[in-house]
Design a binder for this molecule. Structure first.
Ligand code: SF4
Ligand code: SF4
Length: 317
């Protein structure tokens, strides 16, 4: 078994559902121009971090000198019967996006990628090798790289779609200066059924494949600082944190298997949060409740902002 095969086998042993390898060359010129145009037209909304480090975002070698390969991994997080998923526990509860019902995936994936990097380092016939581990933490066009590594294709909803695993996939990458064998990009394409566009409550997606974060509920409830404008606020409905509509309706999601990783913890209690009770929470309650969750990065103030909107929307029907 060569180093590439051993690396992939180890990644699966570590609990990842899919792994692929691509070169550390820049992403292609079409994707680069799309990203430049998206940023230039203000559709990244208040995500100023997206504007920083553009050069390394499109070029993994900008993050690691001498980079040759990018190992892309995916972890299926689709909840299944084991997680007793029934949306909200009650009609008076707020909705949390599926990915945030699990423990914070950043440390979970980073820990396993560090183990994978150590394994590669021990196995490689090289005096010295370098690695850069990325899980949302570094500026990197991770979906474009995952596509090139054969993990899936990018759909009209801008999500990475794996024809077998669907769209509920956490991504992580290791950039390394070791030359591994590269996978071929997937040829399967989005079905272009436009169900995601029709399901979007706010019109954040359009038929031309444009995505406007200014209108996206995920952006507004997770990334946006300050008050949420009235128009999208009403359409947020009972969504306390994030939005899954453009994922859930996608045909590739319907038959996708549920997460089988028993080490990834699922918090059923997050489906039982009532917005009116959130308004009484103090910082200690918030920090304790979300201690192992990516929701803690939102902070109590913005979580209460979302809860107030949900409450207004639930009361006005
Ligand atoms: S996450 Fe929700 S609001 Fe954002 S594009 Fe998808 S369906 Fe629209
Ligand atoms: S819902 Fe249809 S158009 Fe949208 S990403 Fe899925 S297959 Fe593509």
């Amino acid at each position: 078994m060569n180093l590439t095969e051993a690396t992939k086998q180890k990644a699966i042993e570590l609990g990842f559902d899919v792994v692929g390898i691509t070169s550390a060359e820049p992403i292609d010129s079409v994707q680069t121009e799309e990203l430049r145009n998206w940023l230039g037209t203000g559709r990244a909304a208040g995500m100023s971090f997206m504007h920083r480090n553009f050069a390394s975002r499109i070029n993994p070698a900008g993050l690691l000198a001498g980079a040759k390969s990018v190992i892309c991994v995916g972890l299926n997080y689709k909840p299944g019967p084991r997680e007793n998923l029934s949306g909200r526990a009650r009609a008076s509860c707020g909705r949390i996006a599926n990915y945030a019902l699990w423990e914070d995936y950043h440390p979970f994936i980073k820990k396993r990628l560090r183990t994978l990097a150590r394994f590669i380092s021990d196995s490689a016939e090289a005096d010295k090798c370098s690695f850069k581990i990325c899980v949302d933490s570094a500026p990197l066009a991770e979906r474009a790289l995952a596509q090139r590594a054969g993990l899936g294709f990018i759909g009209t909803n801008r999500m990475l779609i794996n024809p077998h695993l669907g769209l509920q996939i956490f991504l992580g990458e290791i950039i390394t200066d070791i030359k591994l064998d590269y996978d071929t990009p997937m040829t399967t394409r989005c079905a272009e059924c436009n169900k995601c566009i029709r399901a979007c409550p706010t019109g954040a997606l359009d038929c031309a494949g444009n995505f406007d974060a200014n209108k996206c509920i995920s952006y507004l409830t997770i990334e946006h600082k300050g008050q949420i404008p009235d128009e999208p606020a009403r359409k947020i409905g009972d969504r306390l944190f994030g939005c899954d509509e453009c994922i859930l309706v996608c045909p590739y999601n319907l038959n996708a298997p549920p997460c089988e990783n028993t080490q990834l913890r699922f918090f059923t209690g997050y489906k039982e949060i009532q917005p009116d009770s959130v308004l009484t929470w103090d910082k200690a309650r918030f920090d304790g409740f979300f201690a192992d969750s990516s929701i803690k990065r939102l902070g109590l103030e913005r979580f209460k902002r979302n809860a107030k909107l949900c409450l207004d929307n639930i009361e006005t029907g």
